[in-house]
Design a protein around this ligand. Structure first.
Ligand SMILES: [Zn+2]
Length: 317
């Protein structure tokens, strides 16, 4: 291991083999002995000092991967330091450095939205025609792919979005029964447990999709033309898809449903979709609250009314 630098932050793993890292500032205590000052990491990845100190002897220290969302502004002195912790550098993917766009080296956290938009508008957008054709064949209806691929979320993190995006691309792996690898059936309906079944499964409809649809209806009067098409692709009607304010609910519902399936399969436990639904709602509230706080901090703004409305409606459901 490389020598540790004073006043530098490290990811710390217990030598006895604890698996989740804690984060600490390498410093000296009042007796001039080396110590780590434990950091609390909030949900946007900003570190905060705590009054807890731990001894370096029990921990191995690893480099940290940071995300600097305002790197250039900070370097130019327009903005105070704002760095977000992503995890231990050895286990964080992707790293911010070592990437190229069209042969030009870039650092991911220096890429502004404007720059990314520029890069992407310079290329011809190639839709995943294979996934489109498969969904088209199974769902039957007119699918407005142009709008579907433009679905965005103001609140869901990139990680929150992985599951639903994978499903849209027909790239979501559903593991078989852990006790019998040849058994690929839904534990509730005993038909093939595939991507399409996730929007048709009676148990999922009862425990997740119907409550979610009722919630979306009460918040914003959303009434999709076709329920499976809405659940799998976010299409409300042939001209409308879910908006960037409400899409967080679908992104998180998919994330939590999938996590529940994976956990059920890996640990061979009964899948409880109601738990996934409640988790999705509570994560939605966390995401919106974090977003609103960030906005209010940055711009001195008041919380937009439709946000507080969404939070209140979600709480009572
Ligand atoms: Zn089923």
């Amino acid at each position: 291991m490389s020598p540790r630098n004073l006043e530098k932050m490290y990811a710390l793993l217990e030598k006895s083999g604890r698996s989740t890292p804690i984060y600490g500032l390498y410093t000296r205590d009042t007796n001039n002995q080396p110590t780590y000052q434990v950091q609390f990491v909030d949900e946007i990845g900003t570190t905060h000092y705590t009054n807890e100190f731990i001894s370096p002897t029990n921990y191995d220290a690893y480099e940290i991967a940071w995300w600097l969302p305002y790197k250039d502004d900070q370097l130019n002195g327009y903005k105070e330091e704002d760095k977000r912790l992503r995890g231990s550098a050895a286990t964080t993917f992707p790293q911010t450095y070592g990437w190229k766009i069209d042969g030009t080296p870039v650092e991911l956290d220096s890429l502004t939205i404007k720059l990314i938009t520029y890069f992407f508008t310079q290329r011809k957008f190639k839709p995943p025609l294979g996934s489109q054709a498969k969904w088209q064949e199974r769902l039957g209806l007119f699918l407005n792919w142009y709008k579907i691929w433009k679905i965005k979320s103001l609140f869901a993190s990139p990680r929150d979005q992985i599951t639903w995006l994978k499903l849209m691309h027909r790239n979501l792996y559903i593991p078989p029964n852990p006790e019998d690898n040849t058994d690929e059936s839904c534990p509730f309906c005993h038909v093939k447990f595939n991507e399409q079944h996730l929007s048709e499964c009676k148990e999922l409809i009862d425990k997740v999709w119907n409550p979610l649809l009722a919630l979306l209806h009460s918040i914003h009067g959303i009434q999709p033309d076709n329920i499976p098409v809405f659940i799998t692709l976010g299409q409300i009607s042939k001209d409308e898809v879910i908006c960037k304010h409400l899409s967080v609910l679908l992104f998180l519902a998919w994330r939590c449903v999938y996590a529940e399936i994976i956990q059920g399969r890996l640990e061979n436990k009964k899948i409880k979709y109601s738990r996934a639904y409640h988790r999705a709602i509570s994560m939605t509230i966390t995401r919106i609250t974090a977003y609103a706080r960030r906005k209010m901090d940055i711009m001195g703004q008041k919380e937009p009314t439709h946000l507080s409305q969404l939070k209140n409606t979600s709480k009572t459901s």
